[in-house]
Design a protein around this ligand. Structure first.
Ligand code: PGA
Length: 250
């Protein structure tokens, strides 16, 4: 049985003092869960969150990284830098980065490889736009992203990759994919991973759903056959609400 992994994506929100207060309130609410709990926070909160989450079951991730180790890339942060302060996870290829910051499947692929070189676990986002879903090409779009993003990885690396299926039309819109549609797309992704990397890998890889997950729909989504948890944006900004999502099975 695969574990459930529930990750919060704070996006560009939360000052350090707010992050510290959040963890103080959130920690006792999730300490008894057997689900994996991750908070992906802005760079400026990473150190504070790592310090305050020490000795708890809350893991800390970043929201992006550069693929180079170091060099003349003004404003960027490398995987090596993240690793050096104790970060464990990093979101790669979020649709907002693909849309606003020219992230491509090629750069996503390079970043995933660099994450593994630095012993970071990537949370790789894929998902179709509304026009693509309406045109009936959603599966093709998503399976192409999966293929290009994971190209050249070893089986062991793919087993340690978390994939987040996030239909773009469901992100921050309040429109959630139905649990059936989300589960079907995730099955398709798993099937494709089986073709590319074998059944063992496909059975182990964690595939989350993301897009307007909240406490009122988490259980329905996470108890389907193939959805292994969620990547949660807006609803992860409030400790109590996010704890209810983490504790969906309590
Ligand atoms: P949302 O965002 O939960 O606010 O829809 C999800 C995400 O972008 O990861």
């Amino acid at each position: 049985m695969r574990r459930k992994v529930i990750a919060g994506n704070w996006k560009m929100n939360m000052l350090p003092n707010e992050a510290i207060a959040y963890i103080e309130e959130f920690e006792p609410l999730v300490k008894d869960t057997k689900n994996e709990v991750i908070l992906c926070v802005p760079y400026t909160d990473l150190f504070y969150c790592l310090m305050n989450a020490q000795g708890t079951n809350i893991k800390i991730g970043a929201q992006n990284m550069h693929f180079a180790e170091s060099g003349a890339y003004t404003g960027e942060v490398s995987g090596k830098m993240l690793k050096s302060i104790g970060v464990e996870y990093v979101i790669i290829g979020h649709s907002e980065r693909r849309e606003y910051f020219n992230e491509t499947d090629e750069s996503v692929n390079k970043k995933i490889k660099a994450a593994f070189e630095n012993e970071l676990k990537p949370i790789v986002c894929v998902g179709e736009k509304l026009e693509q879903r309406e045109a009936g090409t959603a599966e093709e779009v998503v399976t192409t992203q999966v293929k290009l993003d994971l190209e050249g990885l070893t089986n062991e690396q793919v087993k340690n990759t978390i994939i987040a299926y996030e239909p773009i039309w469901a992100i921050g819109t309040g429109k959630t994919a139905t649990s059936e549609d989300a589960n079907n797309m995730i099955k398709t992704i798993r099937h494709q991973i089986a073709e590319l990397f074998g059944n063992d890998v496909a059975e182990e890889v964690i595939i989350q759903y993301g897009g307007s997950v909240k406490s009122s729909n988490a259980k329905e989504l996470f108890t389907t056959s193939d959805i292994d948890g969620g990547l949660v944006g807006g609803a992860s900004l409030k400790p109590e609400e996010f704890s209810k999502i983490v504790n969906y099975d309590a």
